[in-house]
Design a protein around this ligand. Structure first.
Ligand code: HSE
Length: 408
């Protein structure tokens, strides 16, 4: 018998236990395993559950039981999770986690610890919820030069943007609904300010490019400045506003990872991904592009990925050689986003159309029904972002909205 332990009995933890118990016999039969629920670690009491006898408040019960070979960390945050995970790995127990923050901040270190102790640190559930993306990147697509990854990586903000676009909801109203449905982080700032998506693009960037990309090195902008007006202009332009996490490889070998709202044209399938769904496009030399789509948040979708990793960990005989990356001493391999060339949607008032035309040299002006008379919206030609900012300063008037146009 191989015991599994689950650390944290919140939304994802309870989902993991319920899904495991529901499907345990099938899982064991199909995979020729003998997995059993050993412990659930939580400081809270959960009387009356069919598995109440499995709860413990002490990590030592897990560490000292040699039958526990796999531990699922679904507590979130770093405070307790980091120490607990490190100890489990040091005891030779494989750890699977849905904790984006843990992987984005401590991934290189924990992968090294797992290797040193002959076990695995797996994190399919950390990015894209139920969507398989970690494994495809380092296995199925491993024969390619992957040049870019771009995705809608946060279900809560995609849900909010969809409700704002389709149902005229205000941001707060849509956020409360997302929280009630269990999509949002404990502190929803991490969702709406883009930190959650940033952690996920850090994980994908690290995996694809082999060097740890820390969140503090990544330009990150959330959705709090997005207005109904900008959303309408995106529609009139022929696209949608989406919060995009992306990373691309540049000709000089540097990489450019960012999280920010973007105008996404209708030719790009990401523009059609709505509600809590996530979508991730991967670009590479052999396959051109592939898209991964599915539920990126919520109790059972995330539990599905946790459980997949538990089963994989149970089958693996040694540490994965491909699901790993090295630590990075500095960020010299990361491009400053202001130096990257982009097109930008801009909405202004108090500026003259002829001035904008001469300063930006052939911007594409946009029109939108019921726009105020003194408002001008346009798409700049492609140029360095710092140059766009300089030129906007020369236009006079006020910048009411500025959103990157996605172009990979
Ligand atoms: N708050 C996250 C989201 C949960 O909305 O996508 C899944 O990581």
């Amino acid at each position: 018998m191989t015991k599994i332990a689950v650390m944290g009995h919140g939304v994802v933890g309870s989902g993991t236990v319920e899904l495991f118990l529901r499907n345990r016999d099938m899982i064991n039969r199909k995979n020729k395993l003998d997995l059993e629920l050993g412990y659930i670690l939580d400081i809270r009491d959960f009387p009356g559950l069919p598995y109440s006898d499995k709860f413990t408040k002490s990590i030592d019960d897990i560490l000292n039981d040699d039958d526990v070979k796999i531990v699922a960390e679904v507590m979130g945050g770093l405070k307790y999770a980091y120490g607990f995970v490190k100890q489990c790995l040091e005891h030779g127990k494989s750890v699977v986690t849905s904790n984006k923050e843990l992987v984005a901040e401590k991934g290189a270190e924990l992968l090294k610890t797992a290797k040193e102790h002959g076990c695995n640190f797996l994190f399919e559930a950390s990015t894209g919820g139920a969507i398989p993306i970690i494994r495809p990147l380092h296995r199925c697509l491993a024969g390619n030069d992957i040049t870019a990854v771009a995705g809608i990586l946060n279900g809560t903000t995609n849900f909010i943007l969809t409700k704002m676009i389709n149902e005229n909801m205000q941001l707060d109203e849509a956020l409360s609904l997302a929280q009630r449905l269990g999509y949002a982080e404990k502190d929803p700032t991490a969702d709406i300010e883009g930190h959650d998506a940033c952690r996920k693009i850090c994980i994908l960037s690290s995996l694809v490019f082999g060097r740890h990309v820390y969140p503090k090195w990544v330009y990150c902008e959330g959705i709090t400045k997005i207005t109904a007006e900008d959303v309408r202009y995106a529609d009139a332009w022929g696209g949608a506003v989406k919060l995009i996490g992306f990373v691309k490889k540049l000709p000089d070998g540097k990489i450019l990872p960012e999280v920010r709202p973007a105008f996404v044209c209708r030719a790009n399938q990401l523009s059609y991904i709505d509600d809590v769904f996530n979508g991730i496009m991967v670009y590479g030399d052999g396959f051109d592009q592939v898209m991964f789509y599915g539920r990126g948040a919520g109790k059972f979708p995330t539990a599905s990925a946790v459980l997949g990793d538990i089963i994989d960990a149970a089958k693996m005989k040694s540490t994965s050689v491909s699901q790993t990356w090295e630590d990075s001493a500095d960020n010299s391999f990361i491009e400053d986003h202001l130096d990257a060339e982009i097109s930008m949607y801009v909405r202004m008032d108090g500026a003259k159309r002829e001035d904008i035309e001469s300063i930006f040299n052939t911007p594409e002006f946009l029109s939108c029904e019921n726009a105020p008379e003194n408002e001008i919206a346009f798409i700049t030609p492609k140029m360095q972002e710092r140059l766009i900012d300089e030129k906007l300063g020369e236009c006079g008037g006020n910048v009411l909205g500025r959103i990157m146009v996605l172009d990979l």
